[in-house]
Write a protein that binds this ligand. Structure first.
Ligand code: PAF
Length: 279
């Protein structure tokens, strides 16, 4: 595996390899087995696997969140090497943003709900960096985790809007033994919080049984209720949405693709997860 910091070097190296398929996994580092599952799939399906490690400042609407975001470049490189990655692209902020990126993306109703509503500007920042990375790497396939369900929908829309000839591949959520969805942010939880955070996946799973005999509104209320008794948790939202449009539904029959998406604070750490009810 080679570590590259400059876009020009990255492009020269990829060109020199003269391969037919380049696969790409964008990450913000602090890698865990969720990322590695994407990397392994990328390695399997492409001649060359590029992984970017870049904590993108433009997608953080909360400065403290950016400051405390975990950074483990040495461990990241070891994990990438072991997973068979060919290129670790680790640019600096000035390499990716030599000047301010003033582009404004518009994703319509996809960005006015859930993460878009609670983290204003977040998806604009994601689109800024992912488009820059796509331009730099020019992959045929790019891999994203389904834990960030809304992000995948936004990226697919961006690819459509900008005519990128890139196949977006969404990969299943990888969970800790307790059920907690793997996230770089999990390392910021105390041991006790990490144990308690298993409640998130437990509640989502149980809610699929509850949903069989209850309405959408009752299921949302039931999920909220499960977090109300422990002040470790503070709910941002629980939404049950059409998985294609991301718009809240009121009847289970409204669509064949129904997903429940949660964002909840565990202490100071904001965690997200989701579950499929249908589709
Ligand atoms: O999902 C992430 O880690 C980030 O949003 C991404 C896609 C790497 C862009 O910075």
């Amino acid at each position: 595996m080679i570590i590259i910091e400059k876009i020009a070097d990255l492009q020269a190296y990829i060109k020199e390899k003269n391969v037919t398929s380049v696969g790409f996994v964008p990450t913000m580092g602090a890698l865990h087995s969720g990322h590695i599952s994407l990397v392994e799939r990328c390695v399997k399906e492409n001649d060359l696997c590029v992984v970017s490690v870049f904590v993108n400042p433009t997608q953080f609407n909360d400065k403290q969140d950016l400051e405390r975001y975990p950074r483990t470049p040495k461990e990241d490189c070891d994990m990438l090497q072991a997973a068979g990655c060919d290129i670790a692209f680790m640019p600096t902020v000035t390499e990716m943003y030599p000047t301010e990126d003033t582009r404004q993306f518009h994703f319509g109703a996809l960005e006015t709900v859930m993460e878009g509503k609670y983290r204003p500007g977040h998806f604009n920042g994601v689109a800024q960096i992912v488009s820059k990375l796509f331009d730099a790497v020019q992959p045929q396939k790019a891999y994203f985790g389904e834990k960030d369900f809304q992000q995948v929908a936004i990226i697919r829309e961006m690819v459509k809007q900008l005519n990128y000839p890139i196949e977006i591949i969404a990969c299943p959520i990888i969970r800790e033994e307790s059920g907690l969805a793997r996230s770089s942010r999990n390392t910021l939880l105390t041991e006790e919080q990490r144990k308690k955070a298993a409640l998130i996946a437990q509640v989502l799973t149980k809610s699929t049984t509850f949903a069989q005999n209850n309405t959408v509104a009752q299921t949302i209320a039931w999920v909220n209720e499960q977090f109300a008794h422990d002040d470790t948790f503070a709910m941002d939202y629980y939404e049950i949405v059409d998985g294609n449009t991301l718009q809240p539904i009121s009847q289970w029959e409204q669509t064949d693709f129904v997903v429940g998406c949660i964002a909840v604070y565990c202490g100071k750490i904001r965690l997200i997860d989701n579950i499929h009810y249908k589709g």
